[in-house]
Ligand binder design. Structure first.
Ligand SMILES: [Zn+2]
Length: 383
């Protein structure tokens, strides 16, 4: 699992946010757009800081690279439940919620294997969406949302999403983070040469009022090359900010500004389908005491149907030298809900858990391989 933040870091993050909110609310820049209104100003998305995964010296660079690429992504087939804060400071009008709902539908309509479902209770949700004005637009990255408390937001929209038809792109962008996609302008292969002081100065002003650290973290810092799959820079990505003139020195054609195309780019769609391909509907069945071989490449996933013939506790375990994430889902009211999971990435042990299964209930076991570091067979078994 991603490394949790220490309480100290969370408090620092929180107090920095409160200060920033107060500054934004006392200015006129409390509404704006991340990707629109570039002529005047841009309000940018500021992602919350989460500690990087650290590995021991026994974990090779290549192994660490694959773990970092995969660790924020969801297991394909996961149903992600989203909840809107209602009323109070966090709440909003129905029209704004509709913009977010449409953005979820647009990602889903690409034909990806994830499902999105709105729920009325925060306890049933993985994604909790607030509309706290002045707090900017942001989302945690992929599975990091699971590390947030049930009363916490995992995504926020700090300005009115109905103020401009193009605000659907802000919703698409934040959902992109929730699906595990980082900022494209921080792609180390982008080759952007910044006028760094101009960037710091632009972001320190309205409507963002970012301190230097926030600007560095969200714009100037290159994402470590080993967390990016593929290398091609996509300036039209929904995960790319627009930039005004004078911030980019090179490539030369962006000196007068860079404005991504509206909507999801071809590469956004390709990446989404790569990590979350359409699901096959019939899974092979995993039966007690019968090992099933895992012939997976890095990043690939296999799904098994589990139909227990008696109600009792079972153990699930992978075998062989692998890094895997293994999660069991139970069918409830026609959809699969998380029951139990384990992630052995970056460790010597194997993914394993015990869980009580009920006869007559249908389960699905999903296994995503990060890394297979021997040529020997790997397998999964339940007993
Ligand atoms: Zn963002």
């Amino acid at each position: 699992m991603p490394v949790k933040q220490s309480t100290g870091t969370q408090l620092e993050e929180l107090s920095a946010r409160i200060v920033a909110i107060e500054r934004r609310l006392s200015s006129r820049g409390t509404n704006g757009s991340e990707r629109h209104g570039a002529e005047k100003f841009n309000s940018y998305c500021s992602q919350p800081e989460v500690a990087e995964m650290k590995f021991g010296p026994e974990v090779s660079d290549q192994r660490a690279r694959l773990i970092r690429v995969m660790s924020k992504k969801w297991l394909n087939g996961t149903v992600l439940h989203y909840f809107f804060f209602d009323g109070g400071l966090m709440g909003t009008t129905g029209a704004e919620k509709d913009v977010v709902r449409r953005a979820f539908d647009m990602w889903k309509d690409l034909g990806i294997g994830l499902e999105f479902k709105e729920v009325g209770s925060r306890n049933d949700s993985e994604i909790r969406i607030g509309f706290l004005r002045g707090d900017g637009a942001w989302s945690y990255l992929g599975r990091d949302v699971l590390n947030q408390g049930k009363n916490e937001r995992t995504m926020n929209f700090g300005w009115d999403l109905t103020s401009h038809p193009g605000e659907i792109d802000t919703a698409l962008h934040e959902i992109g983070h929730t699906l595990g996609f980082p900022h494209e302008h921080q792609n180390p292969f982008a080759g952007i040469v910044w006028d760094e002081e101009a960037v710091y100065a632009a972001l320190a002003a309205a409507p963002n009022f970012w301190d230097r650290d926030t600007t560095f973290r969200n714009i100037l810092r290159k994402i470590a090359p080993d967390t990016i799959e593929g290398s091609e820079w996509d300036p039209d990505s929904i995960m790319h900010y627009p930039f005004g003139a004078g911030l980019i020195q090179a490539p030369e054609q962006y000196r007068n500004g860079l404005r991504p195309e509206d909507g999801l780019s071809g590469k956004d769609i390709e990446q989404a389908k790569h990590f979350y391909p359409t699901r096959e509907e019939v899974y092979p069945e995993l039966k007690p005491f019968q090992a099933a071989l895992l012939t997976l490449g890095p990043g690939e996933q296999i799904n098994f149907a589990v139909n227990p013939e008696s109600t009792r506790r079972y153990r699930f375990q992978t075998f062989g030298d692998t890094d895997t994430v293994m999660v069991l889902f139970e069918e409830r009211d026609g959809e699969f809900r998380y029951v139990k999971g384990d992630d052995d990435s970056g460790t010597d042990r194997n993914a394993s858990f015990r869980v009580r299964l009920r006869e007559g209930v249908r389960y699905v076991l999903r296994i995503r391989l990060y890394w297979n570091f021997s040529s020997g067979d790997t397998a999964v078994m339940m007993w």
